[in-house]
Design a protein around this ligand. Structure first.
Ligand code: HEM
Length: 399
């Protein structure tokens, strides 16, 4: 394998047909150095087996400083606070300590208890929608549902939820670094003030629980609480909104699938959602790492210190792992798909995301079983390297 030429990956072609562009790259070789739209370059890992091993191999780290010889680490600044305190951007032992503090809130059992609340949110959102005029289901349903769920879980007041949606969107889309940093700063400032309010008036939600843990003497600084809330808010809604959007778009293209899912038993619907996760790969390529030493991929050496991005979308469509990978097939065995990542940083919210998608699709299909496209397909994709999402989904809901 000798092809190491930079590939013009994130071009218009990519946003038109991302899986085709990624497929070509995967066929050319296992890793490629690519330009990112906002500037900078990264190595992109495209094959299933490599993607899986990068996410569980300790030679790939989250904190750049851990790629340096021990003596030099202290002299290099990390990511500025509070972002730098996010568990997603840290390695053990910092990551282990932070994850332990929140993991209990996201177990399958704790998440199952949220079902009635999620059902109420879904039905009240649908109740407000007209049946006889096109509705953008991204804006009216796919985004507000997980936003409301994660804000409620954290204890963010309802009236502030729209601001969060907007800040996250700016941070995730290709809107330029200045806008993204501004949105990041606004969200951090808001959360810092919210943490102070929760200190004065605690409630039953997660931010108050984290404050309590820190006051009981566990090592959790105010910046770590802010970073945790920020991570959960960002990770907790864009991704799930994307999954719901993927499913709706697929059903708009394939009304027979819509009819099958409207009649599906719960386990069949859940299996279909796993295939939406694999096939749609809502997080297209986020899992970032840095190489802590030179690593050889089939003859191509990724040098120590290099940034490495895992393309979950390319890995989930690798024919070496899934037969006929570009076809959506709700009956296929999706075991081992990488939509939620793999290893130490495996998605903390996977159970919650699955529950939200199931409730959202069930409520939509029960109430509007014959929904149809309200505009010509395909609709445009969001210009984001990170998420594989539809910008809008105009839908005629029908009676
Ligand atoms: C991590 C995907 C929903 C919270 C991750 C990672 C992926 C992912 C791929 C691993 C990133 C890496 O290794 O660098 C998704 C998808 C979702 C989803 C596809 C929806 C369909 C959620 C939800 C929450 C959440 C609802 C909210 C609670 C997190 C957190 C992490 C994470 C906190 C970091 C875990 C760690 O660093 O240990 N997610 N996610 N995610 N996700 Fe999700």
């Amino acid at each position: 394998m000798t092809d190491v030429a930079p590939a013009p990956l994130f071009s218009d072609d990519y946003w038109h047909e991302p899986f085709a562009a990624l497929g070509q790259l995967r066929e050319q070789g296992p890793v490629h150095e690519v330009d990112l739209p906002e500037g900078g370059r990264t190595w992109l890992v495209t094959r299933y087996a490599d993607a899986r091993s990068v996410m569980s191999d300790p030679r790939f780290v989250k904190d750049f400083r851990n790629t340096l010889p021990e003596g030099q680490r202290a002299s290099v600044p990390g990511i500025p606070s509070p972002g730098g305190e996010m568990m997603l951007l840290n390695d053990p032992p910092v990551h282990t300590r932070l994850r332990k503090l929140v993991v209990k809130a996201f177990t399958v059992r704790r998440v199952a208890a949220l079902r009635p609340g999620v059902e109420t949110i879904a039905s009240s959102l649908l109740a407000g929608l007209p049946g006889d005029a096109p509705v953008d289901l991204v804006e009216a349903y796919a985004v507000p549902l997980p936003t409301a769920v994660i804000c409620e879980l954290l204890g963010v007041p309802v009236e502030d939820q729209d601001a969060f949606g907007e800040w996250s969107r700016i941070m995730i889309d290709d809107t330029g670094e200045a806008a993204s940093m501004q949105a990041n700063a606004s969200m951090a400032a808001y959360l810092s003030e919210l943490v102070e309010r929760k200190r004065a008036e605690p409630d039953e939600a997660l931010i108050s629980a984290l404050i309590e843990v820190s006051e009981e003497g566990e090592q959790l600084s105010t910046n770590e609480i802010i970073a945790m809330a920020m991570l959960l808010l960002i990770a907790g809604h864009e991704t799930t909104a994307t999954l719901i959007g993927t499913a709706v778009e697929r059903m708009l293209r394939d009304p027979a699938l819509r009819d099958r899912l409207a009649a599906a038993e719960s386990d069949e619907l859940r299996a279909a959602i796993e295939e939406f996760l694999r096939w749609g790969s809502p997080i297209a390529q986020a899992p970032l790492r840095f190489a802590a030493e030179d690593v050889d991929f089939d003859g191509v050496v990724v040098p120590r210190g290099a940034m490495v991005m895992v393309s979950l979308a390319a890995a989930n469509h690798d024919p070496a792992r899934f037969d006929d990978p570009d076809a959506y097939d709700e009956l296929r065995d999706t075991t081992g798909h990488l939509a939620f990542g793999h290893g130490l940083h495996f998605c903390l919210g996977a159970s919650l995301a699955r529950l939200e998608a199931e409730v959202a699709l069930r409520a939509l299909l029960d109430r509007f079983p014959s929904f149809a496209a309200g505009a010509e397909l395909p609709v445009p994709r969001r210009r984001s390297v990170l998420v594989n999402a539809w910008a809008r989904l105009p839908v005629l809901l029908g009676a």
